[in-house]
Write a protein that binds this ligand. Structure first.
Ligand SMILES: [Zn+2]
Length: 374
């Protein structure tokens, strides 16, 4: 295993790990965590969603008798993430523009493992440390949702999975996903269009009338996918529409989803006013629950103190995205999200500064050190 976080990060980036295809990376991490002295278990959650690897749970025994501290990151990257070719120039690591960099979340993994390595190399006494590396986070927090959190003994945790080092995310919204099938009737578009019922027109009218974008300061919704039709000379009989809604307020989330459903019902009704037989199927799924941790909670105070000791400004905020922290918090383990230096994530312009990798590692090391002392 490397001694330097930048070399180690580059090693991790060289191993492809798009969601569901994380086997090679998980094998390497298992080996590295063991080399650092952890007892490592891999679960079989991948079987449930066609992934080729499971979540890693690593336990580092400590010499200080205290509950463990939890550090967590995810092993998958978004697409395009195959054959990543990183370049370092002027202290910045970036790709050739054909793939993402995978700093989301390999910067988090590298910083956790290197910080623990430094603690070990320096012989610093520490309490037990738990590390969880989840799989398939990017496609709906699948690893975390299927992880047996009851095995965790930690007092609280840190998910290393947001932008600049110093960013501390103490809250995140709930999210519902929506799937709507609109059904019309197929007919030859040139010969007898009168016999058809155009499902694309039906969906278009409904989507136009739906709430969309930013609803208020804590609520958003979006239609992101539309699929339908098979040929220009056929009146389309079916359209699939997929979207999502998020809110930090559960009541508002429910309200905006009900409004969307109401629009679907009334639009179909309008199409059927003169005897047509349009129909729909509306499906709502609760993806994850919102959380908000008090600024004074020990998990936040420790992060703030660690940043202060390193003379890094703390940027404490409430986020807009879901992460493994939503799942851990919903199951009763206070977990906040902290920055790793990752930048422009989920794009082929993704990059990270070398200095941020060093700062992120120092931050994790300081978290462990402070937790030991307090
Ligand atoms: Zn991530």
């Amino acid at each position: 295993m490397q001694n330097d976080v930048v070399s180690y990060f580059l090693d991790l980036v060289a191993i492809d790990s798009e969601s569901r295809k994380e086997r090679d990376l998980v094998d390497k991490l298992k080996k590295d965590l063991e080399e650092l002295g952890a007892i490592v278990e891999e679960d079989d959650c991948g079987l449930k969603f066609d992934g080729n690897a499971g979540n890693l749970y690593a336990y580092f025994p400590g010499v200080i008798n205290k509950k463990p501290i939890l550090l967590c990151a995810h092993s998958d990257t978004v697409v395009p993430g195959k054959g990543i070719k990183p370049t370092i120039e002027n202290g910045r690591i970036f790709t050739d523009g054909t793939t993402v960099l995978g700093g989301d979340d390999k910067s988090g993994i590298a910083e956790i493992l290197m910080a623990i390595k430094q603690i070990k190399d320096k012989g610093i006494a520490h309490p037990p440390i738990e590390v969880v590396i989840t799989v398939s986070e990017e496609i709906g927090l699948l690893g975390a949702k299927n992880f047996d959190i009851s095995k965790l003994q930690a007092a609280f945790g840190y998910a290393l999975d947001t932008h600049q080092v110093g960013e501390v995310v103490i809250g995140a919204p709930s999210q519902n996903s929506l799937q709507i099938n609109f059904y019309g009737k197929e007919a030859h578009a040139g010969v007898e269009p009168e016999k058809g019922l155009n499902a694309i027109c039906l969906a278009a009218e409904a989507i136009t009338a739906m709430p969309n974008g930013r609803i208020d300061f804590e609520t958003t919704c979006n239609i992101g996918i539309i699929q339908g039709g098979s040929a220009t000379n056929i009146v389309p009989k079916e359209v699939l529409v997929k979207g999502e809604a998020r809110s930090h307020n559960k009541g508002k989330l429910q309200k905006v989803c009900e409004e969307i459903e109401q629009v679907v019902i009334s639009t179909v009704k309008k199409f059927n006013a003169n005897g047509a037989k349009a129909s729909f199927h509306f499906e709502l799924k609760e993806e994850y629950e919102a959380f908000l941790i008090s600024r004074n909670a020990p998990v936040v105070a420790l992060a703030e103190k660690a940043l202060q000791n390193l003379h890094l400004p703390a940027d404490i905020k409430v986020g807009g995205g879901g992460s493994d922290a939503n799942i851990f918090n919903a199951k009763g383990l206070p977990t906040i999200i902290v920055g790793t230096g990752m930048n422009n994530v989920h794009t082929t312009d993704e990059d990270i500064l070398v200095d941020e990798l060093y700062r992120g590692t120092a931050f994790v090391e300081e978290l462990i050190r402070l937790y030991t002392e307090e």
